[in-house]
Write a protein that binds this ligand. Structure first.
Ligand code: NAP
Length: 255
């Protein structure tokens, strides 16, 4: 991801200095390679951090804490809301101005039209940083609370993995009963999921979104049938475990 970020900035004409624990991984990009973290921070402008996780960011920044005073530091490393808040507090304590981010893109889509990046932290800093960061993906500020970018990032990932688990369960079911998986994926699952996407996103508030059509008793019966079909096919019910929570919610709504 670091390579994709640096590459998009360079492509947009920005001057970029990079540091990576293993040297040479930015070769061929046209970035200036710093030989230490201090040197990268001292290059000035915005400091963008994108490492494996919160622990690796802490491990990398702690030894250079004294160099952070006055730095505008954008952390695009994935983490939890609490980690983002604690890191922002630590950075402020060392005189840096922190902006927390969540990348809603994968390396090949960084800098493309669909890519966007969530940011949270001081609005002034976001306004100054956004034009510089725009080549990475549309900058989208989600609030002053430094934890919000991470919160929305993790929640959005949960939505994606939930859909992915649902698709996995669907394919497993078809396979277990001898269906043609490829045809099912292409001709049924994809168009069906595309049609239902707006309702899936409306999620728990579907009753408010489509009040006329919403019938919790029917929905609950449908989910029961679906779980029974899974049992019939011998597909572990755990794969559809998330549906039991929906069933519980619909039963309550129907009561
Ligand atoms: N890839 C994606 O699709 C994607 C999408 C959205 C968000 N993200 C987020 O972007 C971040 C980076 O992901 P990635 O795909 O680049 O992962 P990656 O390919 O595994 O790269 C991890 C990077 O972190 C560095 N690193 C790991 N541990 C370190 C440590 N203890 N100290 C210093 N540097 C350390 C690695 O350096 P070395 O080269 O020396 O190993 C490498 O540069 C993650 O937080 C990820 O969740 C990724």
């Amino acid at each position: 991801m670091g390579r994709a970020l640096a590459g998009a900035l360079i492509h947009a004409g920005r001057e970029v200095t990079v540091w990576n624990r293993t040297p040479g991984r930015a070769s061929g990009l046209g970035a200036r390679e710093a030989s230490s973290v201090e040197e990268a921070i001292e290059a000035g402008g915005l400091t963008v951090v994108c490492l494996l996780d919160d622990a690796s960011v802490r491990e990398t920044l702690a030894p250079v804490a004294r160099e952070l005073a006055g730095a505008d530091l954008v952390n695009l490393t994935s983490g939890s809301a609490r980690q983002a808040r604690e890191l922002a507090g630590w950075l402020e304590g060392h005189g840096a101005r922190p902006l927390a981010g969540g990348i809603m893109a994968v390396p090949p889509t960084v800098g493309t039209d669909g890519a966007f990046i969530l940011y949270s932290g001081e609005r002034d800093l976001f306004d100054r940083a956004a034009p510089v960061l725009a080549p990475l993906g549309r900058p989208h500020w989600v609030g002053a609370d430094p934890g919000f970018a991470a919160l929305y990032d993790m929640a959005a990932l949960s939505g994606m993995y939930g859909m992915s688990a649902g698709a996995d369960h669907a394919v497993t079911l078809v396979q277990a009963e001898g269906g043609d998986v490829e045809t099912f994926r292409r001709e049924v699952l994809q168009p069906w999921m595309e049609q239902m996407l707006p309702f899936m996103v409306a999620g728990a508030d579907v009753s408010e979104t489509v009040p006329e059509e919403y019938n919790p008793a029917m929905q609950a019966a449908g989910l029961r049938t679906m779980l029974a079909a899974s049992d019939e096919a011998g597909v572990p019910a755990d794969l559809a475990g998330h549906l039991r929570a929906s069933l519980w919610r619909m039963r309550r709504a129907a009561a």
